[in-house]
Design a protein around this ligand. Structure first.
Ligand SMILES: Cc1cc2nc3c(=O)[nH]c(=O)nc-3n(C[C@H](O)[C@H](O)[C@H](O)COP(=O)(O)OP(=O)(O)OC[C@H]3O[C@@H](n4cnc5c(N)ncnc54)[C@H](O)[C@@H]3O)c2cc1C
Length: 307
């Protein structure tokens, strides 16, 4: 068994930031990631809103964060197959296939999440080029273009209004004949003359050879097919936190997000959470990085007070 001060689950922006702060404070730190280092940043073609970097590819930003954590001595295992974990004991343990057993005095869960997808084959083709899940991140790339927003909740309507700052026209494509959003959000979208609505639609695919050229949808009652010509599409149909591994835990809300206080502590002693996996309103790289910093400092404080 190899003992660490802190084990961080997830090597996205939140986990890597925690790794940087912990290792720099001479805490023996291990980051375990079941996927690839960088998390969702890897999905971002260009990041234009991370302070101090200028426009940078998501991949490069992730690599910079990883290198910085490693330079301070943080150990990172990616593609980790975690077969067993104990988060409730004073000393937390993880068994990782082919790697061994690891223990720590504190754990930070930074397993992020993923925007819900439609699950269409053609959606994969334009992911990160014509199709985005983040208006704040990618809206500017569609300045002066016609775009679509898929969804009918608060996020979809609020982001559609936000996107009219950039786009020439926004078509909101929604599956029902009414919206599941606050009345003021619906009114704001309806009063915006750059927005039009295509209701009761099932989105069936995306058209285009190299570049996205349209959204194909079918009317749920009449079956009539429409192809909405667009160069960009934003999908807001929900968000899935990566918390399957903690199913049934007392620190999850009913959407599966982790509940913390502002020091990133959960209701389990020595267990902290950071980044998109938390119950929170805004999910950005900057907010993940902020959470990771706070979780690292709080876990150091916890270790000094308890061990
Ligand atoms: C397409 C897209 C574009 C975006 N563009 C921008 C942008 O331009 N600017 C911006 O600020 N934000 C952007 N965002 C949002 C931003 O990427 C996220 O808010 C941020 O990266 C979240 O970081 P995180 O560390 O909390 O989680 P994640 O990046 O999701 O990282 C979580 C990590 O945990 C790993 N993991 C999952 N489950 C487990 C487990 N059980 N055990 C161990 N590891 C696990 C995953 O493999 C992953 O590496 C974008 C998001 C998307 C999807």
């Amino acid at each position: 068994m190899e003992n660490f001060d802190v084990i961080v689950l997830g090597a996205g922006a939140a986990g890597l930031t925690a790794g940087i702060y912990l290792s720099r404070s001479r805490m023996k730190t291990l980051i375990l990631d079941t996927g690839v280092v960088g998390g969702q940043i890897n999905l971002t073609h260009k990041v234009a809103n991370y302070p101090g970097t200028g426009e940078i590819s998501g991949r490069d930003l992730a690599l910079n964060m990883k290198d910085q954590a490693r330079e301070f001595g943080c150990k990172i295992i990616s593609q980790a197959d975690i077969i067993k974990m104990d988060l409730n004991s004073d000393i937390k343990t993880f068994e990782v296939d082919d790697e061994g057993i690891f223990s720590s005095k504190a754990v930070i869960i930074a397993t992020g999440g993923k925007p819900r997808e439609l699950g269409l084959e053609s959606e994969k083709k334009f992911k990160g080029t014509g199709i985005s899940w983040c208006a704040t991140c990618d809206g500017d790339f569609f300045t002066g273009k016609d775009i679509a927003v898929i969804g009918g909740g608060n996020s979809a309507l609020e982001e559609a209004v936000e996107l009219t700052k950039y786009a020439n026209h926004v078509t909101i494509i929604h599956e029902f004949d009414h919206f599941q959003a606050y009345p003021w959000a619906v009114e704001e979208a309806r009063n915006n003359n750059k927005i039009s609505f295509l209701m009761e639609q099932t989105v069936t695919g995306f058209t285009g050879d190299e570049k996205l050229s349209g959204v194909r949808s079918t009317h749920k009652i009449t079956g009539e097919e429409t192809v909405t010509p667009v160069e960009g599409t934003f999908i807001f149909i929900g968000y899935i936190p990566n918390t399957e591994a903690f199913h049934g835990a007392s620190f999850l809300n009913d959407r599966g997000e982790i509940i913390t206080d502002e020091s990133m502590s959960t209701n389990v002693p020595g267990l902290f959470a950071a980044g998109d996996v938390r119950q929170k309103r805004y999910r950005q790289i900057t907010t993940a990085v902020s959470d990771g910093t706070i979780a690292a400092l709080s876990s150091i404080n916890y270790i000094h007070s308890k061990h």
